[in-house]
Design a protein around this ligand. Structure first.
Ligand code: BT5
Length: 272
């Protein structure tokens, strides 16, 4: 099956294909919504109402997607993948900061498996040729049965250049027009990749954590780059990103010495 990039001829997600595949995976349950405001919002509501680990909320069209720090995530109908997975991690609280990085890493690896040359910009923007193809929003919420993680992922699949909200964005179709995976294939590949990576990390203790950290650094486009990091307080720092520490923080070599950053927006500085 081939996905067209003509906006007026985009088919809806084929629920039979998704249900068939996901019913074979005992640790996933699908809730497919034709339209939704924000899948992270819906998944958080479900988790608060008791939804178990593995609930996958997919929106065929998301109308009010959320980014980090109250930003928005914009996707035209039929052009993207937008979903949120409810997870109930049992790892120690100190390991939670790795969850967004793990998600970015596994999404990027799933896209690589589909033939795209994909890398992660710290902490979890998924890039192809330096442009953002996927965004991730991981939120921790409290529920009566313990804390839950809402892992939200948006991927631009057939979005055209005119439809993309910012010039720093790309889509799978723009990045590699010869590859034409269906939205269903991208969704299933990415969800399977996240589930597998997460399960290995959850079950594997410190050895799995160390393996993830090494693999993340290997595939992270930021490490080795000159960067500017815009920090949540409104300040910024510049330097060379040299590593990611065991807590998932970016290590930046600045003029004033080594700094560790737990949250911020990284800009890869292109040498003039
Ligand atoms: C993110 O935020 O990148 C997280 C995006 C998460 C979206 C998923 S979709 C399913 C789930 N349900 C939700 O409601 N959200 C999640 P951040 O790093 O803050 O980036 C947001 C910024 O990316 C915006 O301010 C724009 O500059 C840009 N942007 C918006 N839409 C984009 C798109 N489709 N592609 C690339 N960049 C985009």
């Amino acid at each position: 099956m081939v996905v067209t990039v003509e906006p007026d001829r985009r088919p809806p997600l084929d629920s039979r294909v998704l249900v068939d595949e996901i019913s074979l995976t005992p640790d996933l349950t699908l809730e497919l919504l034709r339209e939704s405001t924000s899948t992270n919002q819906v998944a958080a509501d479900r988790a608060r109402a008791g939804a178990p680990d593995g609930l996958l909320v997919v929106a065929d069209h998301q109308t009010a997607g959320r980014g980090r720090l109250d930003r928005t995530w914009e996707t035209p109908a039929g052009a993207a993948i937008t979903f949120s997975l409810v997870l109930r991690p049992t790892v120690p609280p100190a390991s939670w900061p790795w969850l967004p990085l793990l998600t970015g890493h596994t999404v990027s690896k799933a896209l690589t498996a589909l033939g795209y040359d994909s890398r992660v910009k710290w902490p979890n923007d998924v890039l192809i040729e330096g442009k953002k193809v996927a965004g991730i929003l991981v939120e921790r919420i409290d529920t009566e049965t313990g804390p839950a993680a809402i892992v939200g992922v948006g991927i631009n699949v057939s979005t055209t250049a005119e439809e993309l909200p910012v010039p720093t964005a790309t889509s799978l179709a723009l990045a590699h027009p010869d590859l034409t995976p269906t939205r269903e294939a991208v969704l299933l590949g990415v969800v399977a990749g996240i589930r597998e990576g997460y399960d290995a990390w959850q079950a594997g203790g410190s050895e799995a954590a160390a393996r993830l950290a090494a693999s993340y650094v290997d595939h992270c486009a930021t490490v080795g780059q000159d960067v500017r990091v815009d920090l949540p307080g409104g300040t910024s720092m510049t330097g060379r990103a040299v590593d990611v520490d065991p807590d998932g923080r970016l290590v930046v070599e600045t003029a004033a010495g080594r700094e560790k950053v737990g949250a911020g927006d990284v800009v890869h500085v292109v040498p003039e």
